[in-house]
Design a protein around this ligand. Structure first.
Ligand code: XIL
Length: 363
């Protein structure tokens, strides 16, 4: 702060010296903008955390670590805290857990004064084969899940400030997703959101100081799925179930750049905020079908609009992208023919989207 006001004062003195010329205005602007020169500084001015999903394997890449550590104030493991990776062996094994990758990410975050967000404790995907193929009964599965939640949250207590406790538990039509945790065999078949409630209660025991989130995709707009999550959240808040916030993944395409959709997004955020919940945009990326200048500029515009929606909503405290370089993005593998979804290109060059987010944070 001291340094930045010094810059501004220096700029003003300079402006005073050669006032009236166009050159001086340009110079003043450049000097005054210095404190919000990168994403992290720009977001800090808004009290928004700016995050990226990360993977420990890439930290050794010369361009990866410096960008992650300077541009972002939070990281989240893209995969390394998921059940399948962190709990690869049964509890009967001498060493059921593998915290190596996640610990490396936490250490990196700590040495760069970044927060760490945990992802995810209960999800239908990336579950260890020993659980999927173990033919466990419902009570056995409950013991496994409770132990998993407690062990992982205890390991990261005071290091991970917030957790996606449950991820993607609803279908698009608002019904419960059939999964190993819900009904196959599950721990709450036929009982709706009861198993989610149970997971949140276990998570609160695991680390009473962690903020606990429900996270899902295609829930940015008001629709059947976000209605179902809203009903659950309202019920949880009313009954004192320890739910602190909602994560909106925001894996979108350019189709989302539609005034009606963006308005619905703002209204949706608002209704959740009114329940007293914290809102996180957790996995933002905007996939494209090509990398033409037009597409990159349309992408930048939409990144700016989504950032502005978060800036305008006081309960929106996190803007996080799902990775940061197109070199390491899940999109090409999961959406055939699409890609170019992030802020840096495959060669770690900033794309127009970068400046769109920075400027939406500043203005
Ligand atoms: C994805 C990862 O990015 C991939 O590397 C992995 O192969 C599959 O999972 N919703 C989520 C994330 O909550 O955990 C998913 O991450 C993307 C969709």
């Amino acid at each position: 702060m001291i340094q930045s006001s010094g810059h501004i004062r220096g700029g003003l003195r300079f402006v005073g010296m050669i006032a009236g010329t166009a050159l001086c205005m340009v110079t003043f602007k450049a000097i005054a903008a210095a404190p919000a020169d990168n994403l992290r500084q720009a977001a800090a001015g808004r009290h928004i955390t700016i995050g990226a999903a990360a993977a420990s394997a890439y930290l050794a890449e010369p361009d990866y670590a410096p960008i992650l550590g300077s541009e972002f104030s939070q990281l989240q493991a893209e995969n390394e805290m998921k059940f399948g990776l962190i709990h690869p062996r049964p509890d009967t094994d001498a060493n059921p857990y593998n915290f190596k990758g996640a610990d490396a990410l936490v250490a990196f975050a700590q040495s760069h004064a970044m927060q760490v967000r945990g992802h995810t404790l209960v999800w239908h995907n990336q579950v260890s084969p020993w659980v999927r193929e173990g033919n466990y009964t419902a009570p056995e599965l409950a013991t496994i899940l409770q132990g998993h939640i407690h062990a992982v949250m205890t390991h990261f207590a005071s290091k991970v400030y917030a957790w996606d406790v449950v991820n993607e538990a609803f279908n698009d039509d608002g019904t419960m997703r059939s999964s190993i945790w819900y009904d196959k065999p599950g721990i709450g078949a036929g009982a709706g959101t009861k198993y989610i409630e149970q997971a949140f209660r276990w998570a609160h025991e695991g680390d009473p100081s962690a903020k606990l989130f429900y996270n899902d995709y295609d829930t940015e707009e008001i629709n059947k799925k976000s209605d179902a999550i809203y009903a659950m959240a309202a019920d949880f808040k009313k009954r004192g179930v320890p739910l602190d916030g909602i994560g909106f993944q925001a894996h979108v395409s350019l189709k989302f750049d539609d005034p009606a959709k963006l308005e619905s997004f703002a209204k949706n955020l608002d209704r959740f905020a009114k329940l007293g919940l914290e809102l996180h945009i957790t996995e933002l990326d905007i996939r494209l079908s090509d990398s033409s200048a037009e597409s990159l500029s349309a992408q930048a515009k939409l990144y700016g609009e989504i950032t502005t929606a978060c800036v305008r909503q006081p309960a929106c405290k996190l803007l996080q992208t799902w990775g940061f370089t197109d070199k390491h993005s899940w999109i090409p593998q999961f959406y055939k023919g699409q890609g170019w979804a992030l802020l840096w290109d495959e060669k770690y060059q900033k794309k127009p989207a970068y400046e769109a987010i920075r400027s939406a944070l500043v203005h």
